[in-house]
Design a protein around this ligand. Structure first.
Ligand SMILES: C[S@@+](CC[C@H](N)C(=O)[O-])C[C@H]1O[C@@H](n2cnc3c(N)ncnc32)[C@H](O)[C@@H]1O
Length: 194
């Protein structure tokens, strides 16, 4: 290939790369740098399993890290009278969640905040629910270990916490026949025991 051909190829490659990364000038980038996972909802029957496994009750405060449409804290409030906070990067999902909670009649028990989960103070939570990914779980481990109180439970849909040994692992088929795994850890007096 001649030097003109090579220059044209390089230019095309750069244009392609930048169009995916930057969006239009003056507008926010289409992908949020802080995003740990895309939005994929946990099926309701698996949400019920997560809440059952953690034995959520009316004295619990459930934090869902990456709360999507708010279904986990809304169900914890509707079924068990628990309080809950959902943390979500996407402002539109935060707005939808607030509306979903109002419609479900639990707007007094739950709230949703537009916040990066890696900046959340977890200490008020007695139950933390997560459906993000293994890398995200590993990034959350220091806060889980240092901020959650003894007796608090952590429930993760489909992703483990590296070498932290779960207290319970349960597998369920969802409505489409896909295997879903739910993990439970409990904070011991000296932090999570691997
Ligand atoms: C797989 S969805 C899970 C939604 C919900 N928890 C559920 O189980 O149905 C992950 C959610 O986390 C949000 N998310 C990803 N990274 C985040 C971050 N750093 N801080 C807050 N939310 C985040 C995404 O926008 C998405 O809505």
């Amino acid at each position: 290939m001649g030097s003109r051909g090579l220059r044209a190829l390089l230019l095309a490659a750069m244009t392609l790369a930048l169009s995916g990364a930057c969006g239009e000038p003056g507008r926010p980038a289409p992908r949020d740098e802080a995003s740990l996972a895309p939005y994929v909802a946990t099926p309701e029957m698996i949400v019920e399993e997560m809440l059952r496994l953690a034995k959520v009750g009316k004295d619990d405060t459930v934090y869902d890290l990456g709360s999507g449409d708010g279904r986990i804290v809304i169900m914890a409030a509707s079924l068990y009278g628990a309080r809950g906070v959902g943390f979500e990067l996407d402002g539109e999902l935060v707005r939808q969640s607030t509306e979903n909670a109002r419609r479900a009649g639990v707007g007094n028990l739950v709230e949703f905040r537009q916040q990066d989960v890696l900046t959340v103070d977890l200490s008020p939570a007695t139950v933390v629910t997560i459906y993000l990914g293994r890398d995200a779980n590993l990034k959350l481990r220091p806060a889980i270990r240092s901020q959650l109180r003894p007796g608090a439970r952590v429930v993760s849909h489909d992703f483990d916490m590296g070498d932290w040994r779960p207290e319970v692992v349960r597998q369920r088929l969802d409505e489409s026949g896909m295997v879903r795994t739910v993990y439970l850890w409990r904070i011991a007096r000296d932090g999570v025991r691997p």
